[in-house]
Structure formats: structure tokens, C-alpha cells
Write a new protein. Sequence first.
Length: 181
Amino acid sequence: MKFLFDLFPVILFFIAFKAFDVYVATLVVIVATVAQVAFIWLKHRKVGAIQWTSLAMVSFLGTATILLHDESFIKWKPTILYWLFAGTIFVADRFFKRNVIRKMLEEQVRLPDPLWRKLANAWTLFFLSMGCLNLYVAFNFSTDAWVNFKLFGGMGLLIAFIVAQAVFLAKYMEPEHEENT
């Protein structure tokens, strides 16, 4: 359910684009992202860095898209976000000796230190590649193709990457202990 909640603005962007155009869809994604962050704040009294970053980027690039009537601004948003993820993972690991992927997964998976670094490198390369792929699709295909790729292609590649990671990590997963009653 959280996955769908996280996709809420993208799904509304897709629907608004199909019903209207990229400018209406951009306005819709700005409003949806504001609503999403407001909901998170009201429910938890805390909003994560990813949501704040996404809100700032969609607000800035979306506003530029609408005011300048130039869809290239909103097309850059996924790439910037992907590259921020890649940069965060890389910089945290290399310069601060903090493995972001390890922090997220170490409760479920026990890995030797070299594998944690390989995992961080894999995610860094994945996000760098996704940013490049977004730019390629955004500026070499129609806006309609880019919108379809943004929802279905991007999510499909992310799911495929996560499944590949899960298969690789399965042998390191901690078995759940069953209680005898």
C-alpha cells in the first residue's frame, strides 16, 4: 500500500496528461505532491528527506514548466532525483563511511562488509543509469512516450532491479523464528 501511496503523484500526473496535457499534468503533480507531504506531516509529524526533496524539485521545475511553457523542465525532475539518490549513496559510503543501503536493510540481511559496498555500488549505478535513461527517453521520444516510460518503464525497471537484488540476497536473509506453542 505504501508503494501505491508513494506513486500517487506520478499516477495522477499520468492520468492528467492522458486527459489534458503536460501543463495540466504538471499542475496536478505539484498539488498532489503538496497534498502527499501534508498528509505525511499530519499523520506522522515528520516528513522524510526524500519527500521534501521531491516536493522542492517538483515545485520548482513544475512552476518553471508552467510559467515558461516548456515541458523540458519537468522532464528533468526524475533524472535529478535519480542522480541525487546515486550521489547520496556514493558520497555517504565513500566519504562518510556510511552505507545507506546497509542502514535500510541490515535488520533483514546479514552481509559481509565487501558485499554491502557492492550493493551500494549496484544501487549507485542503477540510479545513474536510470537518470541517463530518463533523459534519453525524454529528449528522443514524444512526451507521450516519456510519460508512459516514467510510470511503466521506470517502475518496471525498479521492480526488476529489486527482484534481482532479492534473489542475490536471499541466501543471506535471516530466517524467521517460529514460536512453538
